[in-house]
Ligand binder design. Structure first.
Ligand code: PGA
Length: 247
């Protein structure tokens, strides 16, 4: 199964998202029905219920971009994994570099979120990735290893179900820059090894994200063990997004 994940970030307000999905409904449903393909849309929280209703009875999956680290309680403004599950959300992004940078998300918080999600049967997609500076100073593996270990250590035996790891080099997000496949493969090997160390390798799936577009997707797809694409910018442009899913 190969995942095509559309991370709309905060770029698709409610009316636009509804229009996008209505306009492309038939195509989205058709693409999601293809063997071996999982199509997941990640809108803002406010759209999730409406989109789950719209795609009910189809294979189009709706995910969330984040969730609270807490269970129910006095946490004004947060959105629980319990509610996400109740409205039909099946996947959730965690630890995206934009959240790490703008909301100071730490590994401890990220690990809590993964546990909340997995206890609700929502599959987390944990994002990891190094900065350009790390890449240039050849410390990519070290940085990603730290990001992973500090989260996986906390999960230990408490992770139910699967966990996807999306490798997203920060310098690749929204820039048009994509590292060589050999670099991505090296990071994937590292992820597999860290997963093994914590006894989680059977549960882990590998994804790549960062400037995927219709010109590079075919080449990136050659990467050994790759199980999905996490797409930002390109997912807002249905024609090109469709081309990638059709590859
Ligand atoms: P991009 O974003 O495809 O626009 O580079 C990817 C992401 O942030 O998940």
């Amino acid at each position: 199964m190969f995942i095509y994940a559309a991370n709309w970030k905060m770029r698709m307000p409610f009316d636009q998202a509804m229009e996008f999905c209505k306009e492309n409904y038939k195509d989205l449903v058709f693409l999601a029905k293809q063997d071996g393909k999982n199509l997941i849309l990640f809108p803002e929280f406010t759209h999730i219920k409406a989109l789950c209703d719209m795609f009910e009875g189809t294979n189009v999956i709706i995910g969330a971009q984040d969730c609270s680290q807490n269970s129910l309680g006095a946490f004004t403004g947060e959105v629980s994994a319990i509610s996400l599950c109740q409205v039909g959300c099946q996947y959730c992004l965690v630890g995206h570099s934009e959240r790490r940078a703008h909301c100071n998300e730490t590994s401890a918080v990220i690990a809590e979120k993964i546990l909340r999600l997995s206890s609700q049967g929502i599959i987390p997609i944990l994002c990891v990735g190094e900065s350009k500076r790390d890449f240039l100073s050849k410390t990519s593996e070290c940085v990603v290893k730290d990001q992973l270990e500090s989260v996986l250590e906390t999960l230990k035996n408490d992770l139910n179900g699967r966990l996807f790891i999306a490798y997203e080099p920060i310098f690749s997000i929204g820039t048009g820059i994509v590292p060589e496949n050999s670099h991505i493969e090296k990071i994937f090997d590292l992820i597999v090894n860290v997963g093994k160390k914590f006894g989680l390798n059977d549960k882990i799936g590998l994804m790549y994200g960062g400037s995927i577009d219709e010109s590079n997707a075919k080449n990136i797809k050659e990467i050994k063990n790759l199980q999905g694409f996490l797409m930002g910018g390109i997912s807002l442009d249905f024609k090109n997004f469709k081309k990638i899913v059709e590859l």
